[in-house]
Design a binder for this molecule. Structure first.
Ligand code: G6P
Length: 774
């Protein structure tokens, strides 16, 4: 197919070049004919004017003499007439008497002027000088007739005849010259055009074909690579890239499906999820609500960049939306977001291959301050993560939280106003009040809320001044999802304690105000697990490792990685201390083992996060200062946001990946690392207080507060038998493959769309007033 396409392109280009050249030739010839004609016209006009002027001057200067000769007698006249016969281009003179008969004529003219030209009679009649171009026999001539007078007496007409043949000859000459130079232009332009076509079209097309071949044969990890080479055809190249990528994905999916069918299993894929959701929703539609948007448009100088924010939620949900279509409602937080959306804040995404609609909601600075930074991230985030950072609750933040939940509810209700059977998946701790607000207006809607972060025990949650309102908002949903069963249990206990309700511990439901809410675990995941050895065979994990270390200008043999948002729940400082302890305890690894921490700055506007970034930098600098030798250093801190494609080589090359969260709902870095290890090597060190640890039992588990244990675990990872590593990685990869994000979404959507959607009784739109703690 590739060859056929290439041949087709070659033929098309030749056809295009031939057409282009013919069109150019016709055009240039046409233009040069017209310009030659015009030049000839101008030259002839000037020559004629010149001749007329000369004839007039001669006629007028001779008229006096001829008048005198006429009065004196014809002998003298004949002499005068003959005398002027040999001037340049002058054919001769003739004199006619008042009766129209010839009186004197140059001998050359005599036979042709016996009969007076009509201009002579006209001059008699009009008694003024006249002139004309005409033919005498075959010869083109100019005739100038001057009336002759003596006082009032009319003596006759002097006729001056010039040869006008040279005017035509000159015209022909000019025409030939102009036309020939036009022809030379045509040939030159055609040649240059041919060369341009060859250089600027054939080259890129050949490169496209080469690139597509590489893609087809699996020598490129992504179709996006190499597209930048096709300068002239960027828009076309992007389309082809997307097309090729879709084809490749489809082929990969088909292969995987076939393999799984052969194995008697069935794995959830993007296609299967799409088909399943379409069949399930019928005329309904999927609506997702989250604070963080999947694509931010950021102004950088004069251009606008599309940025995918670092967020586990975005990593997980984006492939689901791409598979299912639907609408994603989120806060438009990019600096160029407004100008990239329509006036309702809508735009199709992903930007280069639209699959679903993103509806942006605009928030003022005060709203962001109170709702996002304040209540969500200074209140709920530390409340739910037991990481020993004290939550801060402010009345003003709460009010903004409520107001922004209302704003989002309005946007969602607006988006689903024409959908009969909407399924709404609300995401995370930013929107605890949203289920209630939506259900109040659309009780028949299927509403689920998925809480991505942990849910603490009732004692811990009990310090939140608005716990009742939050529980009340959540219990309006038909389904409340958590990452693991333990968080579901904590939530059931909290609901039991905070509001009047009936808990069914067998069915895991909470009944309140005639409405039943199911509470279930749905461990979130990543989309694809790279097939074994799928990545460019030319670069092994060890080659990638050497390349990365070289690019960082570090001399080392072993590579450890950590990839996180810079958040105090991620245990980054503890991880650095463990690396230091490991190097102190096992000095043979000094000069050999380097730990690369990729840390995306996050919520930096908050003092706690701002301080944390400074602490992380200071700690890395301290450890490096103490242990660094020559070109080796123990820690490399890359504190900027990295794209997915920048992170992938680190995942693939690392000997060990450290996820040491102090508390984490799931942690998708652990799963992304496993998914990227197509060589089935590398060791995952995983905190016991993450959701991921429940599924990835083959990781080396650590208590992030126990620095010594973590240091020992790094040594165990470094010295693990390669076969053992492979066995563990294989099993973890199978788990992640089978429990991917499509399965997560399918379970969530199936569950919420099958639950009966009961009416909420006695429910006002706003949450009940806060009851003072007893
Ligand atoms: C966690 C939360 C997400 C959030 C992400 C990034 O994963 O559960 O809701 O999007 O952190 O945080 P940010 O505040 O930058 O969106």
């Amino acid at each position: 197919m590739l060859f056929a396409w290439r041949r087709l392109c070659g033929e098309s280009i030749r056809l295009l070049s031939a057409r282009l050249i013919i069109a150019l030739m016709v055009g240039v010839i046409g233009v040069s004919v017209c310009s030659s004609e015009y030049e000839v016209y101008l030259a002839k006009r000037n020559l004629k004017r010149d001749l007329q002027r000369r004839a007039e001057v001669l006629g007028e200067s001779l008229a006096g003499n001829v008048e005198r000769d006429l009065e004196r007698g014809s002998q003298r006249l004949k002499k005068t007439v003959q005398q002027f016969a040999n001037r340049e281009n002058l054919v001769g003179l003739a004199v006619y008497g008042p009766d129209g008969h010839i009186v004197a004529v140059a001998s050359d003219l005599a036979p042709r002027l016996e009969k007076a030209p009509s201009i002579v009679a006209q001059t008699f009649e009009e008694d003024r000088e006249l002139e004309t171009f005409e033919h005498l026999g075959d010869q083109p001539v100019h005739i100038c007739a001057v009336p002759l007078r003596s006082l009032d007496k009319f003596l006759g007409v002097l006729v001056v005849v010039h040869d006008a043949g040279y005017i035509r000859a000159e015209g022909l000459h000019i025409w030939r010259e102009t036309f020939l130079s036009g022809l030379v232009y045509v040939v030159l332009i055609a040649l240059v055009t041919l060369l341009i076509v060859r250089w600027s079209i054939e080259g890129p097309i050949a490169r496209t074909a080469h690139w597509m071949r590489a893609l087809r044969t699996g020598h490129l990890p992504s179709s996006r690579i190499g597209v930048a080479d096709l300068e002239l055809f960027q828009p076309l190249a992007r389309e082809v890239a997307t097309f090729a990528e879709s084809l490749n994905t489809a082929r990969g999916e088909a292969k995987r499906e076939a393999r799984l069918r052969a194995e008697g299993q069935s794995q959830w894929t993007r296609e299967r999820l799409a088909a399943d959701v379409r069949a399930r929703l019928g005329s309904g539609r999927l609506f997702v609500v989250s604070n963080r948007e999947p694509y931010m448009h950021m102004r950088r100088g004069r251009s606008v960049d599309v940025v995918v924010p670092p967020s586990g939620l975005v990593t997980a949900l984006e492939p689901v939306l791409c598979a299912c279509d639907g609408t994603w409602v989120a806060h438009g937080s990019g600096t160029a977001d407004r100008e990239s959306a329509d006036r309702n804040g809508r735009l199709p995404v992903p930007p280069d291959d639209p699959r679903y609609v993103l509806r942006r909601v605009w928030l003022s600075k005060e709203e962001q301050e109170g709702y996002y930074y304040g209540f969500a991230n200074e209140g709920l985030w530390p409340l739910c993560h037991i990481a020993h950072t004290r939550p801060i609750f402010r009345e003003s933040d709460w009010q903004q939280y409520e107001a922004v939940n209302r704003k989002f509810a309005d946007a969602v209700l607006d988006e689903m106003s024409e959908t009969e059977r909407p399924v709404v998946l609300v995401q995370d701790y930013h929107f605890a009040l949203l289920p209630r607000m939506i259900k109040h207006k659309r009780p028949e809607a299927h509403v689920a809320i998925f809480w991505h972060i942990p849910w603490p025990n009732p004692e811990a949650f009990g310090i939140c001044p608005w716990q009742r309102e939050l529980i009340d908002g959540l219990l309006a949903a038909d389904l409340v999802g958590f990452q693991v069963q333990a968080h579901c249990n904590n939530f059931l206990q909290t609901a039991d304690r905070v509001v009047e309700s009936r808990i069914n511990r067998e069915k895991f439901t909470v009944e309140r105000l005639g409405h039943s809410t199911a509470v279930r675990p749905f461990p979130i995941s990543v989309d694809n697990v790279d097939p074994v050895d799928s990545v460019d065979a030319a670069e092994s994990a060890s080659a990638t490792r050497s390349r990365l270390l070289k690019s960082l200008d570090v001399d080392a043999l072993f590579l450890g990685v950590g990839i996180d948002r810079m958040d105090y729940t991620k245990g980054i400082l503890e991880r650095f201390l463990a690396v230091e302890r490991f190097l102190d305890k096992y000095p043979r690894y000094q000069g050999q083992f380097t730990f690369v921490q990729i840390g995306a700055p996050s919520r930096s506007h908050l003092k706690r996060y701002h301080d944390l970034e400074a602490e992380i930098e200071a700690e890395a600098a301290r450890i490096n200062w103490r242990l660094k030798t020559g070109k080796w250093k123990p820690i490399v801190l890359l504190n900027r946001q990295h794209s997915h494609s920048e992170i992938q080589p680190y995942y693939r090359a690392a000997d060990v990946c450290m996820v040491t969260s102090l508390h984490d709902g799931m942690n998708l870095v652990a799963k992304e690392f496993v998914a990227a290890r197509s060589e089935e090597s590398g060791v995952l060190i995983l905190s016991i207080v993450t959701g991921a640890v429940h599924e990835l039992g083959d990781a080396l588990q650590v208590n992030p507060y126990d620095i010594d244990q973590m240091a020992e675990t790094i040594r165990a990872a470094m010295e693990m038998d390669p076969e053992e590593k492979q066995k563990r990685m294989k099993r973890m990869r199978r788990t992640v493959r089978e429990h991917n994000v499509y399965r997560w979404a399918a379970n969530l959507i199936v569950e919420v769309s099958e639950l009966p959607v009961g009416q909420l009784e006695n429910v006002s739109e706003s949450p009940p007033a806060r009851t003072p703690a007893g």
